[in-house]
Design a protein around this ligand. Structure first.
Ligand SMILES: *Cc1c(COP(=O)(O)O)cnc(C)c1O
Length: 406
């Protein structure tokens, strides 16, 4: 069969418009396409390939479990799921774990749990969910409605109700919405899709305090910020604020689909037998791989390495900016970084991404104004340097083209 990009248009639903090349092989932070062209990967499958491509220990975990047991129904439990849950609870505030297959599903579970908790404790009037503008929580109808971009939730008929959006990093706008009717607040402790926006400590602490005052559960969506991404195992650990429920996915499986919701025993009680479930959630293959991811990421070597590599990225991007003056700031934390374009380049992030790909570098965007980087947490320093050289060429191309038009 002749597998080309044209085949995509022929057989795939047109909700995506992928690049012209088709990668066929990955190793570490490098990718190769069908023609054998090599790329450096600063995208990491959108903050997923946390240990790069085909990490030997993950390949072993996958193949070893693959020879033993792939799937059981939820009528039975399995060793990898129990080991992973034990390690997650040992490493975090969480005392109980629910496994899903994706970030959206982990969030769906969190939102349903919060609604049920409020119903059981306070009654049906306590149903309001507050989240934040530009926030992203997944693409199921509930999570996309909680997310802060109506472009993603409009056009599908009646939305789940009692959901309101405050301004991120604006405590007054949040305080104006929260009341005793609020059952939960869902937020990213570093907005990813929304443009790589870090919360101020005062804002997060203020949100926590107001949640406590109004008996609302605080849900941290760490689907993108979790599993070492910020240099902490979870971003909340660097903020000094502990949520009531935390969701994690993306990097958790290092490229294998898995998601999880963590919470306390007291809250977990409300997800009684039969209230929620998933066919694949907690399957032995995914859990065996995630267990290995956690073993490797949750070490001082990897977490300190993230902080060191962040500095390499920041220095390199600042140096590029000193020459080409296209960024307003380099922001984010750890290896979730954004180069926010200044007003001369408003709305043109995609051009930088396309130019980078032409220079054989994969990066991401976060909205129209931010070039995003979310590479492997163990990307070799040499790959960072080489990738930045390629990125500089891409920037020169975009900025140069701009100059020649003037
Ligand atoms: C990617 C993402 C999700 C959705 O995860 P899926 O696995 O695509 O369902 C939810 N929340 C955040 C913060 C994300 O970045």
């Amino acid at each position: 069969m002749n597998v080309t990009r044209d085949l995509f248009n022929e057989v795939m639903v047109p909700n995506y418009n992928p690049a012209a090349i088709i990668p066929v092989k990955g190793l570490g932070s490098r990718l190769w396409d069908q023609a054998g062209t090599e790329y450096i990967d600063f995208a990491g499958g959108i903050a997923v390939n946390v240990l790069g491509h085909c990490h030997p220990e993950l390949v072993s975990a996958l193949t070893e479990q693959g020879q033993k047991l792939w799937h059981l129904s939820n009528v039975l439990t399995n060793e990898p799921a129990l080991r992973l849950a034990k390690k997650l609870t040992d490493a975090t505030f969480g005392e109980k774990v629910y496994f899903a297959n994706s970030g959206a599903e982990a969030n769906e579970a969190a939102l349903k749990l919060a609604r049920r908790f409020a119903l059981d404790h306070f009654g049906a009037q306590k149903d309001q969910i507050i989240s934040f503008k530009q926030g992203f929580h997944g693409r199921t109808f509930f999570t996309v409605t909680v997310g802060g971009q109506t472009a993603y939730s409009d056009g599908f008929g009646p939305k789940p109700g009692a959901i309101e959006h405050a301004d991120y990093n604006d405590l007054a706008s949040f305080e104006a919405l929260i009341s005793d009717k609020t059952c939960a607040v869902m937020m990213e402790p570093l907005q990813g899709e929304g443009g790589i926006i870090s919360p101020t400590i005062d804002f997060v602490k203020g949100v926590r305090a107001l949640c406590d005052k109004h008996n609302a559960l605080l849900i941290f969506d760490e689907v993108q910020s979790g599993v070492g991404r910020t240099g902490e195992l979870y971003a909340y650990m660097g903020l000094g604020v502990v949520p009531d429920i935390l969701t994690t996915a993306k990097a958790l499986g290092g490229g294998f689909p898995i998601g999880a919701m963590l919470t306390t025993t007291e809250i977990a009680k409300h997800l009684k037998i039969g209230t929620h479930g998933s066919t694949y959630g907690g399957n032995p293959l995914g859990c065996a791989i995630a267990e290995k991811v956690l073993d490797i990421v949750n070490t001082p070597e990897v977490l300190n390495g993230v902080k060191h590599k962040e500095q390499l990225f920041r220095k390199g991007l600042e140096a590029i900016n000193d020459q080409y003056h296209c960024f307003e700031e380099i922001r984010g934390k750890g290896l979730l970084l954004g180069a926010a374009l200044n007003k001369n380049f408003t709305g043109r992030a995609k051009e930088f991404l396309v130019a980078a790909a032409e220079e054989h570098l994969m990066c991401l965007i976060a909205g129209a104004n931010v070039v995003r980087f979310a590479p492997s947490l163990i990307i070799p320093d040499e790959d960072i340097q080489e990738g930045l050289v390629r990125f500089e060429r891409a920037v020169a191309k975009v900025v140069g083209a701009d100059v020649s038009f003037k």
